[in-house]
Design a protein around this ligand. Structure first.
Ligand SMILES: Nc1ncnc2c1ncn2[C@@H]1O[C@H](COP(=O)(O)OP(=O)(O)OP(=O)(O)O)[C@@H](O)[C@H]1O
Ligand SMILES: [Mg+2]
Length: 284
């Protein structure tokens, strides 16, 4: 079965796609990272996926994109099981997803506007001028139009992320997935990224947005819905206000940014021979 709107134009009147996990287990080979995840990320809304480093946030994102198959369970997008679609159905579905990778993932040999329009220039037969105009439009939305002809290495980290966002939305996706869009950004630039995500979500009412983040400020600004992962499980799935009110000690600790019991990585003294060699080298 294909999602009911898979052939639609992506306009504002179509029903947004929920993303649903049913008893989903995910991992790599015999290494199970997530177990028995059952949750719905509501269509047309922004869901923030929260959780400690290494808990499986990016892994879950890879599954939504269809890059990795679940170990068990199902993943439904707009009601369709993405891993039981045929090649054509999957390709069609994949076209409706925009992804902002952690570092923007821009190609260094292409200009900013060429990067942004890749999803169009690769697949559509359109006059170059039209493709460029679409790229400039997306860049305008993220405030980077004047940098269209720069190369990625001429941009700051935050600008690269914004350019990555422009590329993710240029083909008007039904599902926008962002992996840590604010990490490594200063608070002002991070707040600007949040504002952008919010305005994109409002502009494209039928777009379902999933944002992986560690950033609590961002959670409080953009989230309509939250999924908290930890200990290989879905610890919470619901509205931000419910999360803030939760008495669960782990969730409270996470929200209050408490360190908990910090385990010393196991400091051991340097071998004397190394210390001596280092000292000699520093005095050389
Ligand atoms: N390609 C891979 N092959 C094997 N194991 C992997 C692979 N990618 C991730 N893992 C493992 O899966 C687990 C979860 O990794 P993942 O990248 O999903 O975490 P994360 O929650 O995104 O962490 P972070 O917040 O640091 O980005 C880790 O134990 C990691 O070692
Ligand atoms: Mg990650």
């Amino acid at each position: 079965m294909l999602p009911e709107n898979i052939h639609d134009s992506g306009g504002g009147n179509t029903r947004p796609w929920d993303i649903e996990f049913r008893a989903l287990s995910a991992g790599y080979g015999t290494h199970k990272v997530l177990d028995d995840i059952t949750a719905v990320l509501p269509g047309g809304r922004i869901t923030v996926i929260l959780g400690g480093s290494g808990c499986g946030k990016s892994t879950l994102l890879r599954h939504i994109i269809g890059l990795t198959r679940p170990l068990a369970g199902t993943l439904l997008l707009g009601g369709a099981d993405i891993f039981s679609l045929g090649k054509t159905g999957f390709r069609r579905l994949r076209r409706r997803m925009g992804v902002l990778f952690q570092d923007g993932a821009l190609l260094g040999s292409l200009s900013v506007v060429q990067n942004v329009t890749l999803p169009l220039s690769e697949h559509l037969r359109l006059p170059k001028s039209l493709v460029r105009e679409a790229g400039l439009r997306a860049l305008r939305m993220v405030g980077l139009e004047e940098f269209a002809d720069f190369y990625p290495n001429q941009l700051s980290g935050g600008m690269r992320k914004r350019a990555g966002l422009a590329r993710a939305i240029v083909a008007e996706p039904r599902v926008l997935l962002c992996d840590e869009p604010t990490s490594g950004l200063d608070p002002v630039t991070a707040a600007r990224m949040d504002a952008l995500l919010l305005s994109m979500s409002r502009r494209y009412a039928s777009m379902t947005t999933v944002v992986v983040s560690h950033d609590l400020a961002s959670l409080r600004t953009i989230a309509d819905h939250v999924l908290v992962l930890g200990k290989g499980r879905a610890l919470f799935c619901g509205k931000p206000a419910e999360l803030e009110a939760s008495p669960d000690p782990y969730l409270r600790q996470f929200l209050q940014r408490e360190a908990g019991e910090v385990q010393d990585g196991g400091w051991t003294p340097q071998a004397p021979a190394v210390t001596t060699a280092l000292e000699q080298w520093l005095q050389r």
